[in-house]
Ligand binder design. Sequence first.
Ligand SMILES: Nc1nc2c(ncn2[C@@H]2O[C@H](COP(=O)(O)OP(=O)(O)OP(=O)(O)O)[C@@H](O)[C@H]2O)c(=O)[nH]1
Ligand SMILES: [Mg+2]
Length: 339
Amino acid sequence: MCFSLYFARFALPLQKEKLKIMGIFGFFNKDKKETLDKGLQKTKTSVFDKLARAVAGKSKVDDDVLDDLEEVLITSDVGVDTTLKIIERIEERVARDKYVSTSELNGILREEIAALLAENNTDDNDSWDLPTDHKPYVILVVGVNGVGKTTTIGKLAWQFKQAGKKVYLGAADTFRAAAVEQLCIWGERVGVPVVKQQMGSDPASVAFDTISSAKANGADVVLIDTAGRLHNKVGLMNELKKIKDVMKKVMPEAPDEVMLVLDGSTGQNAFEQAKQFSAVTQISSLAITKLDGTAKGGVVIGISDQLKVPVKYIGLGEGMTDLQLFNKTQFVDSLFKHE
Ligand SMILES: Nc1nc2c(ncn2[C@@H]2O[C@H](COP(=O)(O)OP(=O)(O)OP(=O)(O)O)[C@@H](O)[C@H]2O)c(=O)[nH]1
Ligand SMILES: [Mg+2]
């Protein structure tokens, strides 16, 4: 375990950070909204620039504006199918209201997209609580190379710890020595134990050890990191199946959740990866990372409309606090609100 040294080096500064956060607790929602607005800034700017061009010189939403709007949404990575649904809703609205001014377009887009996403039956994730019928709750984290799995695990561990939960991490990415080390660094920063074995060992065996330790120590939640290779479908399928089968030997319910991490900055590729993974294994939740620093944030709208798997978390930076619970309405509000 990489647990021993954490207290002296990290616990004290972390306590200070915690106190600071508690001090501004009353403003947390405002803070969260600002982080979201700031994180989505590039996407926002790009969408607004395109929208401004689409309505330039026009006072009324007509067929030309709708054609341009379609292009705006597609080039903002919303995806063709979802874009068509949005355009259809706006056409209906224009037909119903007879005259729709272009100055109302942002507001209408916000309302119609929020309504469209609400039709998808996936629930919003509004707290860091976990089902309490058994412990530990086991989350197996999967995704291709470099999408942000290990970082998301670190951020999640921090959030769960803040929410008063006892967290264990399992370094089942045994493919690279640096991967184990990276998870250990997160474990130290957050102040949670990391169960590991040497590089090259069997990921399923690490998962087994982690859940066994977590169970023996009364942990609430276990996060298992995995290697990002997607060499071929059969290889991946076998590896994930083996990890799951071995987990069940310790806890028949495990894994409670298979979370797929997607890199939002890859736009439509993220969408494709979600489809490919779902074909290979049952995915129960999604985390979409790197929405800061990209103009492709519209992909979240397409993913949450098209996939029946809920987007639970969004990543808005590299820091420990840069992970948010995904809320459809807040996301659409932030994206289309012109301050
Ligand atoms: N800007 C930004 N960077 C992020 C975010 N999430 C992860 N990263 C960065 O993306 C890079 C890759 O993240 P990792 O967590 O190592 O990704 P991984 O999926 O574990 O990668 P492998 O283990 O190689 O498969 C790191 O430099 C992270 O700091 C995010 O939300 N925003
Ligand atoms: Mg990793």
